[in-house]
Design a protein around this ligand. Structure first.
Ligand SMILES: C=CC(=O)SCCNC(=O)CCNC(=O)[C@H](O)C(C)(C)COP(=O)(O)OP(=O)(O)OC[C@H]1O[C@@H](n2cnc3c(N)ncnc32)[C@H](O)[C@@H]1OP(=O)(O)O
Length: 299
């Protein structure tokens, strides 16, 4: 029982926060990124709390002149905000969005233009990018406009993708003489299948929101001006559940990408058993039998 309690508790802890922060700080130092951390203001992001209970963290990429190109400074800020929301016990789910014109037009080509192999490999370029995929709390991408290259990749790092009707998804790196570096050749085929992924990465063309829905890359398509609100509504639903159980459930689904079916089923069963070491599992089932709403305490 103690082991199960420890397992359950581990889903609530902001594990490896120190190592993530250290990695992000070292990236900041290497690329001379300066940001005034004490003001809480961001150069490339807008950060708000949304929902009737203010339990949804909304992160808006805000680099409009460059179509939200993902420069080092932006990615470091994003990692910082994710850390902050991770520690905020009032927040249960995040929404990541951009502008109507662009979710993000990819990694910053102008910033990368003069970098050498030694620069990118030696200084571990893209190290801050893995922070989003490792987030414990679920993240919904609300995508309008261009989601290209790294923009498509950070959307795929999120747990759910909602798209506006005019969204475009693609991996055009091949047109720049390079290849995707943050999941375009790895996550994309797992989601849309090898044939479509291969076509996208080898031709550099993009697909519409409707085609992305058809291929399974996005879960819903909405009119352009409602997609963020719809994502917030879903995030509120997720936030109303136990944060501990939500984290366990997210981890179980993510394991399905890494494991064989048998290993995944075993992992799922252990996590399911682990929920029985929590107060929230007891409360959820008790509330059902007492015909009332569950009052989860994230314990
Ligand atoms: C290795 C990983 C990667 O992610 S590589 C990057 C992959 N992404 C791309 O190749 C997309 C590059 N962008 C475009 O193809 C176009 O900008 C567009 C199709 C997304 C939009 O075209 P449109 O004609 O509507 O706008 P502009 O091209 O004039 O762009 C406006 C403004 O934004 C700058 N910009 C756009 N994308 C990037 C980027 N990825 N990195 C840096 N800057 C970008 C563009 O240069 C314009 O700025 P300006 O000051 O006017 O030059």
């Amino acid at each position: 029982m103690a082991a199960l309690r420890n397992l359950a508790a581990s889903f609530c802890k902001p594990t490896s926060l120190l190592s993530r922060t250290a990695s992000v700080l070292s990236v900041s130092a290497r690329y001379n990124i300066v940001r005034c951390m004490s003001t809480g203001k961001y150069e490339y992001l807008l950060v708000e709390k949304k929902g009737a209970k203010e339990n949804v963290g909304l992160i808006t990429l805000n680099r409009p002149k460059a179509l939200n190109a993902l420069c080092d400074g932006l990615m470091v800020e994003l990692a910082d905000v994710l850390d902050d929301f991770d520690k905020d016990e009032g927040i249960g789910c995040l929404v990541l969005t951009g502008s109507t014109r662009a979710f993000a037009a990819g990694a910053d080509i102008k910033e990368m233009q003069d970098r050498t192999f030694q620069d990118v490999a030696g200084k571990n370029f893209l190290s801050a990018w893995s922070r989003l995929a490792a987030n414990k709390k679920p993240v919904i991408a609300a995508v309008n406009g261009h989601a290209l290259g790294g923009g498509c990749e950070i959307a795929m790092m999120c747990d759910i993708i909602y798209a506006g009707e005019k969204a475009k998804f693609g991996q055009p790196e091949i047109l720049l003489g390079t290849i995707p570096g943050a999941g375009g050749t790895q996550r994309l085929p797992r989601v849309v299948g090898k044939s479509l992924a291969m076509e996208l990465v080898l031709t550099g063309t993009s697909i519409s929101a409707a085609d992305a829905l058809n291929a399974g890359l996005v879960s819903k398509v909405y009119p352009v001006d409602t997609v963020v609100d719809e994502a917030i509504k879903t995030a509120e639903k997720i936030s109303s559940n136990s944060k501990m159980i939500v984290a366990m459930c997210k981890e179980a689904v993510n394991r399905s990408y890494e494991n064989t079916l048998q290993e995944g089923l075993l992992f799922e069963k252990k996590i399911f058993y682990g929920t029985f070491a929590t107060n929230d599992r007891k409360e959820g089932m008790t509330a059902f039998t007492e015909k009332r709403k569950a009052n989860f305490t994230d314990s």
